[in-house]
Design a protein. Structure first.
Length: 361
């Protein structure tokens, strides 16, 4: 099947919404945004579904391909961020740990100057481990479906509730993997067609129970810092799983997207540059806040200050995407382009619903 025919536009739309939500939330860290759309859980679920489809081929080649799609954009960020940190007071960096900027099996190190660049990299760390573990997880899922879906949350509860002999960094990596493994495995369930065989009312009831239970727990026990729901990994895992379950159970029509050229093009560009946008959005926001200090936008009121700062951040981020986004084309073995805006004749046609669930391999 041609690549254009194999694209699932509903997934493209979900991924674009997730990326926009992440960028907006990091600019305006409002709890309402966090609750409106659990972006990270959705992105991991999409990754799990696509990984299950790819594993019809030999696993080593699939893992290599997935990591190659992910890592070059990180290497570009590291090639810029690490020297910048060294020039801004990082006098004694952990030299061996800098290799984590090449292969992020744990959070890459940074100093205070580069903290915003390094902050979002936990996602790449978690994604990398779930990709590597996918052959084993998919094998387990196809033999014990319910156990494989529930096991990550149970193991996370044990990890968080009991003393662990693991050092802090490996424990943090393990917690991140367990927190989003359920969403990843729900992606397997989508790809294998298992979710579509569950009656709709049962999915609604289960998803509602997960979301309501997580919210009730967060309301009753908000944690020491009283922060957002994502500060409670187990609660956020359950909350994200409930949302993901509902989002993947149904595939609403997306034909309207092709009839809205501007939105259709934005969805395409965001998907083609998702890694670049994610890696650089915090840097762009930080630079915009610094620009606000120079421009003194607060003199014009809070609304103008916040809107202006966000606009500056988006312009800076767009500049980075135009300048560096082509790396994702190279990683995907596509001809490099500054702006991958779709030509009208090549826009993806919506697939019939039956095509979204391939045959069990």
């Amino acid at each position: 099947m041609k690549d254009a025919m194999a694209r699932e536009r509903y997934f493209d739309l979900l991924r674009a919404i997730a990326i926009v939500r992440v960028v907006t939330y990091h600019m305006f860290p409002l709890t309402a945004l966090e609750l409106l759309f659990p972006a990270m859980g959705v992105m991991f679920a999409l990754g799990g579904s696509l990984m299950a489809r790819s594993l019809s081929r030999p696993a080593p080649g699939v893992i290599y391909q997935r990591l190659w799609r992910l890592l070059p954009a990180l290497w570009v960020l590291g090639a810029i961020a690490v020297p910048a940190m060294l020039l801004h007071g990082w006098a004694d960096p952990p030299w061996a740990a800098l290799l984590l900027w090449v292969l992020p099996i744990a959070d890459p190190p940074s100093n205070e100057f580069g903290a915003e660049a390094a902050g979002p990299l936990w996602y790449l760390v978690t994604y990398l481990w779930l990709v590597v573990l996918s052959p084993a997880l998919l094998w387990a899922y196809r033999r014990a479906r319910l156990v494989t879906v529930l096991a990550p949350a149970a193991l996370l509860a044990v990890l968080l509730g009991t003393p662990t002999p693991l050092p802090e960094l490996p424990a943090r990596v393990l917690a991140g993997v367990l927190a989003f493994a359920t969403c990843w495995v729900l992606g397997f369930a989508h790809r294998d067609g298992d979710l579509r065989r569950v009656p709709g009312p049962a999915v609604i009831a289960l998803a509602s129970a997960c979301v309501a239970g997580a919210l009730a727990w967060w309301w009753a026990f908000p944690g020491d810092g009283g922060g957002g729901i994502s500060d409670l990994p187990l609660v956020y895992a359950v909350f994200s799983a409930g949302f993901t379950l509902a989002l993947l159970r149904w595939t609403p029509p997306t034909g309207w997207l092709a009839r809205t050229p501007l939105l259709d093009g934005l969805v395409t560009v965001i998907n083609a540059r998702a890694v670049t946008i994610y890696l650089w959005h915090n840097v762009a926001i930080t630079a915009a806040l610094a620009a606000n200090e120079v421009l003194e936008l607060w003199d014009y009121g809070t609304v103008v200050e916040e809107a202006g700062t966000f606009a500056i951040a988006l312009v800076l981020l767009a500049g980075v995407v135009l300048a560096l986004g082509w790396v994702e084309d190279v990683a995907a073995r596509r001809p490099p382009r500054a702006l991958p805006w779709p030509a009208p004749a090549k826009r993806v046609e919506e697939q019939p619903a039956r095509d979204l669930t391939p045959m069990r391999r």
